[in-house]
Design a protein. Structure first.
Length: 283
């Protein structure tokens, strides 16, 4: 199956990155967000990243112009009617995602594959709200998408082999390495990573060590490129909390309970880098 026209739904940090790599790989990309300002801001951000890449000699001026020329900002889902593949990257909330999938299912042609970039939600449940569960799959990119090599591919119960192979080939065409993961809460990446982050937050909550010292332990002691609390700020503390809730409910196991301090930060609107304050302050 050839994939030439795609839509990315949600122009946040993940949707922007996915749109960028797909446009760079030659796809025409509709980047959709409810918020017109968000989608325009995201395209300006991609422009600034490509300008840096050009200055460093990683891409030519022509390649930059071609990538930007293939990105089309939109504020609804109507252009799904032209697409071979749609990747959804809206908030990590089941009701928000299912509303998007219901609408996409009405608009997209029969051939179109509907993929979710969900970090933890069940693909089988998302697929079940459509009339094409065989064409629904999890395509979980890592942040920042242009840099990180991995994509987790998650088959829902009804996902067809054809859909899986088409999306695997697309991941490879984007220069990514894919792994196949069963449809269980958090898949592999977030089942392991969010437990580490949540435990780091508990260390701060219980006064075991400061934010900086917890991060230093993991950086200098375990050779992690960044500390778990810095990483949590980058991911977004609302996203971290949403994923912990999915793990906690999905496994019905208290070992996945979100740290109360994480919940409190989200209640305060301290969402990490994107809101200017999380475990650290950002100007
Ligand atoms: N942040 C990460 O590190 C990371 C990594 C991998 C996967 N994910 C997953 O990617 C998804 C998006 O995460 P993010 O960090 O980019 O979030 P974000 O908050 O940065 O962006 C979400 C965007 O979706 C838009 N949106 C919300 N509802 C919409 C709708 N109905 N239609 C169109 N646009 C809508 C919002 O306006 C916002 O711009 C989530 O499912 C998250 O779990 C996140």
């Amino acid at each position: 199956m050839s994939i030439s026209t795609v839509m990315v739904v949600g122009a946040g940090q993940m949707g922007g990155g996915i749109a960028q790599v797909m446009a760079a790989a030659g796809r025409k990309v509709y980047l959709s967000d409810l918020d017109a300002a968000a989608v325009n801001k995201r395209i300006e951000f991609i422009d600034s990243i490509l300008t840096k890449d050009e200055a460093k000699g990683r891409i030519t001026a022509d390649e930059k112009a071609a990538t930007l020329g293939r990105l089309v900002p939109v504020t609804d889902l109507a252009a799904a009617a032209e697409c071979d593949l749609v990747v959804e990257a809206v908030a990590e909330l089941m009701d928000v995602k299912t509303a998007v999938f219901r609408e996409l299912d009405q608009l997209a042609p029969e051939r179109c594959i509907l993929a979710s970039n969900t970090s933890s939600l069940p693909i089988t449940s998302i697929a079940a709200v459509t009339n094409r569960p065989q064409k629904v799959i999890g395509m979980h990119f890592m942040n920042p998408v242009p840099v990180m090599k991995l994509v987790e591919l998650i088959r829902g119960l009804a996902t067809s082999e054809h859909t899986y192979q088409a999306v695997k080939a697309e991941a490879e065409a984007l220069g990514k390495t894919s792994v196949e993961v069963r449809d269980v809460p958090g898949f592999v990446s977030n089942r392991v990573l969010q437990m580490l982050i949540n435990e780091a937050i508990f260390c701060v909550y219980e006064g075991v060590a400061s934010v900086e010292d917890v991060d230093t332990v993991m950086k200098l002691g375990m050779n992690h490129p960044m500390g778990p609390l810095t990483l949590a700020d980058f991911i977004g503390l609302d996203t971290v909390l949403n994923i912990m809730e999915v793990l906690y409910e999905g496994f019905a196991d208290s070992k996945y309970r979100p740290c109360p301090l994480l919940r409190q930060y989200v209640q305060a609107g301290w969402l990490g880098k994107k809101s200017g304050r999380g475990f650290y302050q950002y100007s």
